[in-house]
Design a protein around this ligand. Structure first.
Ligand SMILES: [Zn+2]
Ligand SMILES: [Zn+2]
Ligand SMILES: [Zn+2]
Length: 321
């Protein structure tokens, strides 16, 4: 591991990608440059009863909470840790809503709401500092798709029913929801199966690349950001937000839907430029592109006029689709 994870990376403000992290010195491949415990996390619904709710380790002798008979722990120490973290509140809710399920997505938002209430308000929001609360993260809530907005309405309905405390304003909740979509990380077991979802405030500063120089690994609830290449001082630290094995068009669609940006990394540009005639753009769009290229390449005024007239015909065909 690097001398001090705190000093291995620093926050920078970029003109195009909001905030990001850069390396404070060179590192060889395979070094840990950031280690972090989650701000909030929840075990996935289908993993309940097989993994400890607190340490997220798999255990065959889990003991259920004797009060709600829902959350399970590997030992007393994990149970105490979870009681202080969130279960004091969750236990009351679970008993009240029984036998309704408590989805991990609703639970994650509930944990964030309660944690924000307990934390002192953030008085400074320096752009070159690590965030200390969820409010300081990007949320892109105004760009959420119709499907995501519908998901939010359902979630809001559940929260209103489940929570006995006064909830923050719906606009604040929508911002929190947006922040969880674009900043949460999957927590994986040793077989790389997703077992939980977590919000890591420092790691959320990492920007995306389809050819990243870092990757995250989970050890229970703790994550480590490891270099996967030799890196230089001042270079931006990146992870991938999507499956890099997917074709560029699929990656770009995923990034646009969940993170609201179009990736312009070298890998995307090269892959898209190399697309053949079956690139899925459609015959009309390709004709339009060709016709524009002909205008650019036309040598005399007569040719330019002819190409312009052809362009108008092709353009009309294209827009009438
Ligand atoms: Zn445990
Ligand atoms: Zn309980
Ligand atoms: Zn890319």
């Amino acid at each position: 591991m690097a001398e001090s994870a705190m000093e291995s990376v620093r926050v920078v403000k970029s003109a195009t990608c909001g905030r990001g992290l850069v390396f404070t010195s060179k590192f060889a491949r395979g070094q840990c440059i950031l280690e972090e415990l989650p701000y909030a996390y929840t075990l996935q619904d289908d993993k309940r009863g097989r993994y400890c709710e607190f340490c997220l380790k798999k255990c065959s002798t889990l003991k259920k909470c004797s009060s709600c008979h829902y959350a399970s722990y590997c030992n007393k120490s994990c149970q105490r840790g979870d009681w202080a973290r969130c279960h004091k509140q969750d236990c009351k809710t679970l008993k009240r809503i029984h036998p309704l399920p408590y989805s991990h997505v609703v639970q994650l938002l509930s944990h964030i709401i309660h944690k924000q209430k307990r934390s002192p308000p953030c008085i400074q929001d320096d752009e070159d500092c690590f965030p200390t609360t969820v409010d300081q993260l990007e949320s892109h809530h105004e760009k959420l798709s119709d499907t995501r907005r519908k998901d939010f309405e359902t979630l809001l309905f559940s929260l209103k029913y489940y929570e006995d405390d006064v909830l923050p304003e719906p606009s604040t909740l929508l911002k929190m929801f947006g922040a969880t979509i674009c900043n949460s990380l999957s927590i994986m077991n040793n077989d790389l199966n997703v077992i939980a979802v977590g919000m890591y405030l420092r790691a959320s500063m990492l920007n995306h690349s389809c050819d990243p120089n870092c990757a995250w690994v989970s050890d229970g609830r703790k994550i480590q950001i490891m270099t996967v290449k030799d890196v230089k001082e001042g270079e931006e630290c990146t992870i991938t937000y999507v499956d890099v094995m997917d074709p560029a068009k699929v990656r770009q669609a995923d990034l646009k839907e969940r993170y609201h940006f179009t990736c312009k990394c070298v890998k995307c540009i090269e892959e898209i430029n190399a697309l053949g005639p079956d690139d899925g753009l459609g015959e009309e769009f390709r004709d339009l592109k060709k016709s524009l290229e002909q205008i650019r390449d036309a040598e005399n005024s007569q040719d330019i006029l002819r190409c312009h007239l052809k362009f108008i015909v092709v353009y009309n065909d294209y827009t009438c689709q």
